[in-house]
Every structure is written in structure tokens, then in C-alpha cells.
Design a protein around this ligand. Structure first.
Ligand code: ADP
Length: 364
């Protein structure tokens, strides 16, 4: 048995999260062969901590199903790369990927989805930050149970606040509620760039941005200036919200920002008494949107009172009930977002650390 044989066998295993095999996705980091025994080191491009054992077993069983392989030892890890961003923008040195969570109108559950997305990525093992850019209703700190203002150790940079392990920063303290309506795109963009650049982020795999709702001047300027690796659009199944969501899709398309998927929120109602599920706002809208516009419907989140009570109490579903059906749905949504991003090209425009060549010569 040789390496090519093992690779060929491995290439017929498909990753359920990406639909790709580890060989063509260039995820094989090492293959060891000793007679009829093999050892494999594979690094996925997205976090999958909660599924690691199941995925490892699945690959091992697939390999051992070949009569030529008597035993396989599989080591699975995650290596999250920085992926391409729009235009000529460069990624932030401490942030591998920025993911923008957007909705064409307010009240569809964008912030709730953004918070649970960030926590879901973290539950899968990633280092995650959350930036609240919703000037009209900066609610993210409260949703994470955070109060007070962020600290500054040196008077220049701001320390992110820590909420359930997430590094969190909010535009809230910069905006007075009654002046939010007069903020223009360039003002929001400047404030946000300042927050991104002046925050003392500790190495992040993902920074999730909760965008202001809408597709106007603010969102457009943001999309031109912030280096975004991908966007997630949140919508409800109602026709009007969907028509709005198409505007969101078109805006990102125009800005050359990849839409990683659409999340249909409040897609069905779960009765808190009997658990009966009903389509309160109609059904299948997200699917139609996804089909007609070539983007993936990555998740349908039901309207469930437990989602609201958890987030109101400052411990969102992924923290309060990670193993409940809704907790698992959110974590699955986060995994799908990360897996879709992992399929995107890597960013080649990363600044390399400057190498200083030191002379061996001693001065005379
Ligand atoms: P947006 O950011 O789009 O304005 P929010 O995330 O603030 O919306 O959500 C609006 C309200 O709806 C909040 O009270 C939130 O708790 C609630 N909510 C959001 N999604 C759900 C859901 N799937 N089930 C139940 N309540 C939800």
C-alpha cells in the first residue's frame, strides 16, 4: 500500500458540511503507512469541535472498510485561514475573517441571529468576536449580559468586553439614541473603522458584525470600507421581508461581497404548551429566495419563546441550552456558515511580518 492508494480511498469520503473530500480540498497534512496500517492527519478549514469524534469515526470506518487497510488512526483538527475580501481591501492583522450579518429591515431577528452565530462558531472551537454596529438599536451587549463601558489600559486602545467568552465591542456608547437617525454612511463607517482598528482584539478567527438594518447609504459605505469575507442575510418568510432581502442580496453582489447564506428566522411557530409547529408567516419563502438568487438557505429558525427569553436574560440559546433542538440548530447554522467560507479562496493579500536582516558584521 502506498500514499496514492490511501489518498484515493480518502477521496471517496465526503465531508457532510462542505460536500467536498479532504484530498481535493487540500486538507491532508500527513499520511503514515506501516504495512496495512495507516495514520492520517487532516485539518479542516472550519471549526467542528462538537462533531470531531463523529467525523473522525466516519473517516476511520470509511478507510477500514477497504480490505487492504486493517487499522486507521485519524487525527482531525481545524485550521481556519483568512479568506478573500472584497476589492482592494486588506484584512485586519488580528482578525482572520469578518462576517457581516445583515437584514433589509429591522425586527426580523438579525441581532439574535448574529449573537447565536458568534456563540455557535465559538462552541465549535473558534476564537470569535462580535461587533455591534446597529446604530438604531445596539442590543448586543445586553444580549450577552454585559453592562458598563469597555476599559482602556493605555488611553489609546480599547479592551473588548468579554461576554460568554466572546470578545465584544459596540457602537452603542458612541451613538445617542435620538441622534442615530441623522448619522450618515461615512460617519458610521468612520466610527466602525475606529472601533475595529482601536480595539485590542486577541487573535480572532471570526469577527461577526451585527450590521444596521437596511440597504441604504450606511450599509453601502460600510460594505465599501470594511474588509468582509462574507455576509449572512437574515429574513422572515413574509413576502415583503423577502422582497427586501433581495435588495440586500443585490447590494452585496454589487459590492462583490460573497453571501454565505440566507437564514430564515421565525420560519415556523413552536407552541410553548404543546410543541405544535405552525407556519405563522407562510412557508418556503427562504427556499424560493435561495433558489431564485443562487444563494443557500443555510438555516430555518423557528419562532420559539425560549429563544427570546434566553436572550433577554443575557444567556442566549447556544449558552443556555446548547443541546436543545434550537441550540443545535444555531450551532449547525454557524457550522454551515464557516464551512461555506472555508470553500472560498484564501486571502493572498495578507501582510507578511517584516523580516529584518541582521548583519553579522561587527563594526570596526
Ligand atoms: P433585529 O436585530 O432584526 O431588529 P432582534 O434580534 O432584536 O431583531 O429581535 C427582535 C425581537 O424578536 C427580540 O425580542 C428577540 O428576542 C425576538 N426574536 C428574534 N428571533 C426570534 C425567534 N426565532 N424566536 C423568538 N423570538 C425571537
Amino acid at each position: 500500500m502506498d500514499k496514492a492508494f490511501v489518498e484515493q480511498r480518502l477521496a471517496s469520503w465526503t465531508d457532510p458540511n462542505t460536500g467536498l473530500d479532504p484530498v481535493s480540498a487540500h486538507q491532508v497534512r500527513g499520511i503514515g503507512i506501516d504495512g496495512d496500517k495507516v495514520a492520517l492527519d487532516i485539518a479542516f478549514g472550519y471549526p467542528m469541535f462538537r462533531q470531531r469524534d463523529a467525523l473522525t469515526d466516519s473517516i476511520r470506518q470509511h478507510l477500514e472498510a477497504d480490505p487492504a487497510i486493517t487499522s486507521a488512526v485519524v487525527t482531525l483538527s481545524a485550521r481556519i485561514a483568512a479568506h478573500e475580501v472584497q476589492g482592494e481591501l486588506k484584512p485586519h492583522p488580528k482578525i482572520r475573517n469578518i462576517i457581516a450579518v445583515a437584514s433589509a429591515k429591522g425586527g426580523v431577528g438579525k441581532s439574535t441571529t448574529a449573537v447565536n452565530l458568534a456563540l455557535g462558531l465559538q462552541a465549535q472551537g473558534a476564537r470569535v468576536g462580535l461587533l455591534d454596529a446597529d446604530i438604531y438599536g445596539p442590543s448586543v451587549p445586553l444580549m450577552l449580559g454585559l453592562t458598563g463601558k469597555p476599559d482602556s489600559k493605555d488611553g489609546h486602545s480599547i479592551e473588548p468586553m468579554l461576554g460568554h467568552g466572546l470578545q465584544c465591542q459596540s457602537i452603542g456608547p458612541m451613538v445617542e439614541q435620538d441622534t442615530a437617525m441623522i448619522w450618515r454612511g461615512p460617519m458610521v463607517t468612520k466610527a466602525l473603522q475606529q472601533l475595529i482598528n482601536d480595539t485590542n482584539w486577541q487573535e480572532l478567527d471570526y469577527l461577526v458584525i451585527d450590521m444596521p438594518p437596511g440597504t441604504g447609504d450606511i450599509q453601502l459605505t460600510l460594505s465599501q470600507k470594511i474588509p468582509v469575507a462574507g455576509a449572512v442575510i437574515v429574513t422572515t418568510p413574509q413576502e415583503i421581508a423577502l422582497r427586501d432581502a433581495v435588495r440586500g442580496l443585490n447590494m452585496f453582489k454589487q459590492m462583490s461581497i460573497t453571501v454565505l447564506g440566507v437564514v430564515e428566522n421565525m420560519s415556523l411557530h413552536v407552541c410553548s404548551n404543546c410543541g405544535h409547529e405552525s407556519h405563522l408567516f407562510g412557508s418556503g419563502g427562504g427556499e424560493t429566495l435561495a433558489r431564485e438568487h443562487g444563494v443557500e438557505l443555510i438555516s430555518s429558525i423557528p419562532l420559539d419563546v425560549s429563544i427570546r427569553t434566553a436572550i433577554d436574560a443575557g444567556a442566549p440559546t447556544v449558552i443556555a441550552e446548547p443541546d436543545s433542538p434550537q441550540g443545535e440548530r444555531y450551532i449547525e447554522m454557524a457550522t454551515r456558515v464557516a464551512a461555506n467560507l472555508a470553500k472560498r479562496p484564501k486571502n493572498r493579500r495578507i501582510d507578511l511580518p517584516k523580516i529584518v536582516v541582521q548583519s553579522n558584521q561587527t563594526s570596526p
